[in-house]
Design a protein around this ligand. Structure first.
Ligand code: LLP
Length: 432
């Protein structure tokens, strides 16, 4: 009935998540409200770990891409599940650190890491730094030297693979701002520079070809190209790369029409491609790292709103306005992302009209969706927008000085606040 299995309808006709009544949640915590089903987050973490355990002949690590959903409580869950994390700023590293996340299982990304971020990474012994460019390579080596440290690094490579996704989330092609291009000598020159850097230890290569990818083929193509490059490195420098990080990007269904990528098959094929190619080239099979973000948290999350006004335009268009919008979910205005929604207190009723869900910001593009099939909504109803666990909370803003919603975690049918709702005083905290 719903796009994700963790949603249901109870005897009152209300939408449930992880077995908990969403109308009760809205009443208890107020709206807008992010709700995360932690049972599903854990299940998703295990799915990746089990698939890698089953198909990888070498060591492996699943690093949760915390840019998709970042707060102290999620780092604790991810740590309990034995995953690593991919961080991309001092803010993410700091949050993870404060949650007690082991720094050796943290990986730092970014195409323009600041000196402050590199120093933080070195001083806090972050396990892996994925170096994006030669300026960073030089700066990191100097900072490591100043701190008497030797840092494990990977080089970010653009493998020249087009994953056929939204142009804003494609990252593997030559014109991307991320990493060293394979097509030119840029990548091999960077490898030579890294090998000769006194305070850096080149352990591996990294690539990330994009996000919300539904086909297995681009991942296999990327793996092949990276293995070819590892062979090339061995032949030209006699240096053996021991770790291959293929990034994230595994696609998930937002609406029922989307067909999920089969994680187990995908991992199986990636692992066998790596094994085959390594054997053929006489290389050690590199340890495999993957960095799923969206596919761990997206389906675990929903956002609850209270319906305000209803506007029926003479051309037949119906607007349902909610008490949030692009401030808590900027994905429609950014990518025209499609969402399914349910009137949570009428979840057992038939969906009978197509509406535009409007946010409350002073901006015509502030919509959560258009042509969304919905039960007839009126003022005071609770609207649930589904599959909002990834890149919603992590991309929120205070536009129009709207307050950031709270985040509630649901686990074993119990709920607790993971992030408090912002207050008006929070808004003024840095104003002088
Ligand atoms: N690794 C790296 C280096 C990345 O840049 C990303 C995402 C990931 C892993 C995780 O990708 P995922 O498994 O979540 O697809 N804001 C956009 C998505 C941007 C993705 C950025 N990088 C959205 O809302 O769709």
């Amino acid at each position: 009935m719903f796009v994700s299995r963790n949603l249901g309808v109870n005897e009152k006709g209300n939408l449930t998540i992880g077995g908990v009544d969403t109308v009760e949640l809205a009443k208890k915590y107020g709206t807008p409200l992010y709700v995360m089903d932690i049972d599903l987050v854990r299940e998703n973490c295990r799915k990746y770990k089990e698939a890698l355990k089953k198909y990888c002949k070498t060591d492996f690590l699943v690093c949760f891409a915390s840019k998709s959903f970042c707060c102290k409580e999620i780092y604790k869950i991810i740590n309990e599940e034995g995953l690593g994390v991919d961080t991309v700023s001092i803010g993410e590293m700091y949050t993870a650190n404060k949650a007690g996340f082991p720094t050796e299982k943290m990986c730092l990304h970014g195409n323009n890491k600041t000196r402050e971020e590199l120093e933080y990474a070195v001083k806090n012994k972050i396990g892996r730094i994925v170096v994006d460019n030669l300026t960073e390579l030089k700066n990191l080596n100097n900072i490591a030297k100043e701190n008497n440290a030797k840092m494990d690094i990977l080089l970010r490579i653009k493998p020249g693979v087009d994953a056929h996704v939204h142009e804003y989330v494609t990252t593997g092609t030559i014109d991307s701002k991320f990493g060293f291009a394979l097509e030119t000598d840029e990548a091999i020159d960077a490898v030579k520079e890294a090998i000769s850097s006194s305070n850096l230890n080149l352990v591996g290569l990294h690539c990330h070809i994009g996000s919300q990818i539904f086909e297995i083929k681009p991942f296999l193509l990327a793996a092949e190209k990276m293995l070819n490059f590892i062979k090339n490195i061995k032949e030209t420098t006699n240096y053996e790369i021991l770790e291959l990080n293929l990034g994230g990007g595994f696609g998930i269904p937002y609406v029922k029409e989307d067909v999920a990528l089969n994680v187990e098959n995908c991992i199986k094929e990636i692992a066998s491609t790596i094994e085959e190619k390594s054997k053929k080239f006489g290389l050690k099979i590199p340890n495999l790292i993957i960095e799923p973000g969206r596919s761990i948290v997206a389906q675990a999350g929903i956002t609850l709103y209270t319906v305000g006004g209803r506007k029926e335009i003479s051309n037949g268009k119906i607007y349902i306005s909610v008490d949030g919008g692009m401030t808590d979910n900027p994905r429609y205005i950014l990518y025209k992302s499609v969402y399914d929604a349910v009137v949570a207190n009428k979840a057992s009723e038939k969906k009978e009209e197509k509406v535009s869900i409007a946010g409350k910001c002073c901006e015509s593009g502030d919509l959560i969706g258009e042509n969304v099939l919905l039960q007839r909504a009126k003022e005071g109803d609770v609207l649930a927008v589904l599959v909002t666990g990834a890149y919603n909370y992590s991309m929120l803003s205070n536009y129009n000085r709207n307050l950031n919603p709270a985040v509630v975690f649901v686990e074993n049918k119990e709920c607790k606040i993971a992030v408090k709702r912002q207050t008006l005083d929070d808004l003024l905290r840095n104003d002088i």
